[in-house]
Design a protein around this ligand. Structure first.
Ligand code: ZN
Length: 414
């Protein structure tokens, strides 16, 4: 949930961390939450009935402003609570159906309408008042009539958040999830690390440590194991549609959880490896990257975005344009040619390099350029602008790490 600020040249800078905390309450919310759930299902219903299918059976959700206006008006009928809740409910419905649609397209879901069962509602910041002095959070349920008041002055985290800006809140029957936004300061950070995502590794360039690799074979293995099982079950879909589908869904959930767990540990251990660093990643959301030959060598885009988001909760993350990062010569800047294996060769300055080292080095360099620009060309405290030649000529990573499932830090394997 990091905020993005548009800078000049459309460069995006992630500059906030979001902290979230759970606080219990004993306010009678059940009736309200049930009405929210009913409205959510009503909303899903209306969108569902207006989904159009293309010739290839791809579902398209209704997106026109006219439809949305009508939807909102319809949902506001017989609604006695603040109208902003309806906006949140509409947003939630769209994201539920969007994820159904993308799963349906890939053959992972049937044409059955998703139904919301849990009792919860998102509270937009327009409905929240935060009194920092008193440590009091006031949530509007019904305007001018009904408020939920939380006092967090005695909560263990109050000192950490008392001067921060409050973000969205999730209300449940017995508890609330609070979020706070914290601005990060560039001058707190001393180092820049460039990260290149490959199918089986993250390759990092650190100006002092040089080329460091985090091996992702395990992540790849987890996915392959589940994909093989799922592919097998897909063949049984014609014969036993219900049973096979149920099993496929269960496998997908397990796959998702295993991957999530891996990425969670990867994030934590990565930020512990370089606690002082600003991380520079490629912006893989550039549309033309999708489905290209180049993209196949990269890790799954969904995982990648999830990883970037998680790291951005912990430190500053910068996204840079990924074009040509693995083929520009780090010494003279010419376009290089691919050679056998992982080698790229510069016919201008006659040097050869490892492709993955070049990738993370160029990402590092672009990130450095962006930061200089953001800071107005002065006051850059980040060290490591001078990178020694030797760090670029090594054929192998200086260190290779793997995620430690039981520990706090990566394990060194080479
Ligand atoms: Zn060169």
């Amino acid at each position: 949930m990091s905020n993005k600020t548009k800078l000049k040249d459309n460069k995006e800078l992630l500059y906030q961390v979001v902290l979230s905390y759970k606080v219990s309450h004993n306010y009678p919310l059940k009736a309200f939450l049930i009405e929210c759930k009913n409205k959510l299902n009503e909303c899903i219903d209306m969108i569902w009935n207006n989904i159009k299918y293309t010739k290839k059976d791809n579902p398209k959700l209704p997106k026109s402003n006219e439809f949305k206006r009508e939807l909102r008006n319809k949902l506001l009928e017989n609604w006695n609570y603040a109208s902003h809740y309806i906006d949140g409910i509409i947003k939630t419905s769209y994201s539920i159906l969007q994820s159904w649609a993308s799963n349906y397209k890939r053959g992972y879901r049937t044409k059955t309408k998703p139904i919301a069962k849990r009792l919860f509602v998102r509270v937009k910041t327009t409905l929240i008042k935060y009194d920092k002095e008193k440590g009091e959070i006031r949530i509007t349920i019904k305007p001018r009539k009904d408020y939920l008041i939380l006092n967090i002055k005695n909560e263990w985290f109050f000192d950490k958040v008392k001067n921060l800006t409050i973000g969205e809140i999730i209300l449940k029957e017995k508890e609330t999830f609070l979020t706070f936004k914290d601005n990060l300061n560039y001058s707190d950070k001393g180092m820049i690390v460039g990260v290149d995502s490959n199918l089986r590794s993250l390759d990092l360039f650190h100006p002092i440590e040089g080329w460091t690799r985090v091996d992702l074979t395990e992540l790849h293995r987890i996915k392959e194991v589940y994909d093989r099982k799922i592919d097998f079950l897909k063949k049984l879909l014609k014969k036993f549609p219900l049973r096979a589908m149920r099993k496929i869904n269960r496998l997908f959930e397990r796959r998702r959880n295993r991957v999530k767990d891996f990425l969670h540990k990867l994030t934590i251990q990565l930020s512990r490896l370089f606690p002082d660093a600003i991380f520079v990643f490629e912006d893989l959301n550039k549309r033309r990257m999708y489905k290209s030959k180049y993209f196949n060598r990269k890790i799954d885009r969904v995982n990648w975005n999830g990883l970037i988001e998680k790291i951005s909760y912990k430190t500053i993350v910068i996204l840079v344009n990924p074009a040509y990062t693995s083929t520009i010569c780090p010494i003279c800047g010419s376009r290089m040619e691919s050679q056998e294996g992982q080698v790229v060769y510069c016919s201008n300055c006659l040097n050869s390099f490892n492709r993955q080292l070049v990738g993370c080095y160029n990402i590092f360099k672009r990130g450095l350029g962006n930061i200089k620009e953001i800071m107005g060309g002065s006051g850059v405290t980040t060290t490591g602008v001078e990178v020694s030649f030797g760090k670029l000529m090594t054929p192998n990573p200086n260190v290779i790490y793997i995620v430690d499932y039981n520990g706090k830090y990566f394990n060194e394997i080479a």
